[in-house]
Design a protein around this ligand. Structure first.
Ligand SMILES: Nc1ncnc2c1ncn2[C@@H]1O[C@H](COP(=O)(O)OP(=O)(O)OP(=O)(O)O)[C@@H](O)[C@H]1O
Ligand SMILES: [Mg+2]
Length: 283
């Protein structure tokens, strides 16, 4: 028998599923509405995987399943060789999974760097009382946390905003701070829900470069309505419509798929949907 489980983690050979996200047959119903219908997909390690689809297609629901906010009625999810289906959200940090929310929620009463420190702090091994009162165990602990937070802000290009309050930030910088919060825990799987919402065209190439850079160290799953951005950053894209995967492949393949065009032809074309998505993200 294989004795892997008795070996210390550091000595174990890497498993075949390292850094790979697998979703198989996931169904989520809200009352009579089927938000996800037998969804299966795979996201490869250290690649950018895109999820696109019209409003209400089930994209955010899928991310909520991946991060444990919603438990599917059926189906399985695995990451890095672990079954995630029964995990609660607070366990995900230990599996190195982080996400940003649609919109960008920051704690209004904390400065930018404190917001990022709080995200890093939730991953660290603090003493019970220190964790209880949200205080670092020592000055050295606080310095270390602040250093990590500043490095994450620097990576997102917003280190100069460290001492600002979130209410003073424009939409673009606010998004970057949200991403710094997600990456400060050095996740192996990073889930981004509409990172470009509210950004103007000129900000998109910079965001694309950041997301590509993040994928050098993590598997990245991105939901986004901005097609140009998705076409330029994703290795593969899955298209959802009414909770089903209707197409998947490289950006060029899904762009050329008539089923995708048909899904986007409706009340609004892709351009209108992109604007709608921005508004939804501003909530
Ligand atoms: N908690 C909930 N209770 C009931 N219905 C829900 C809930 N969350 C989502 N839905 C419904 O499930 C469907 C999928 O919603 P979801 O938010 O996943 O779509 P989306 O693809 O993220 O859309 P958007 O592009 O507008 O963000 C929608 O019909 C939505 O109204
Ligand atoms: Mg959504």
């Amino acid at each position: 028998m294989n004795s892997d489980s008795s070996m210390p983690t550091a000595q174990r050979p890497p498993a075949a599923g390292d850094g790979v996200l697998g979703v198989s047959g996931v169904t989520v119903r809200f009352g009579g509405l089927t938000a996800l219908d037998d969804v299966s997909l795979t996201a490869q390690a250290c690649q950018v995987t895109g999820i696109i689809g019209p409003n209400g297609a089930g994209k955010t629901t899928l991310l909520n399943v991946l991060c444990g906010f919603i438990r599917p009625q059926s189906g399985t999810i695995s990451f890095d060789g672990h079954q995630l289906t029964r995990l609660r959200p607070h366990k995900l940090a230990r599996l190195s999974i982080a996400r940003t929310l649609q919109g960008s929620s920051l704690f209004g009463g904390l400065s930018v760097v404190e917001n990022v420190m709080a995200a890093a702090g939730s991953q660290r091994r603090a003493g019970f009382w220190a964790a209880m009162f949200g205080v670092p165990r020592s000055d050295a602990d606080e310095r270390r946390l602040r250093g990590k937070a500043m490095a994450a802000l620097d990576r997102m290009g917003v280190a100069d905003l460290a001492d600002d309050m979130p209410s003073a930030l424009a939409h673009g910088p606010r998004k970057r701070v949200s991403m710094a919060r997600a990456l400060v825990s050095e996740p192996k799987l990073l889930l981004l829900d509409e990172p470009a919402s509210g950004l103007n065209e000129s900000e998109l190439p910079g965001l694309g470069d950041l997301i590509r850079d993040l994928a050098t160290q993590a598997s990245v799953v991105v939901i986004e309505h901005r097609m140009d951005l998705m076409m330029s950053i994703c290795e593969q894209i899955f298209v959802l419509d009414f909770g089903r995967v209707i197409s998947s492949g490289t950006p060029a393949q899904v762009q050329a798929d008539p089923a995708v065009t048909a899904a986007y032809l409706g009340a609004a074309g892709p351009a209108e949907r992109a604007r709608d998505g921005e508004e939804a993200g501003d909530e």
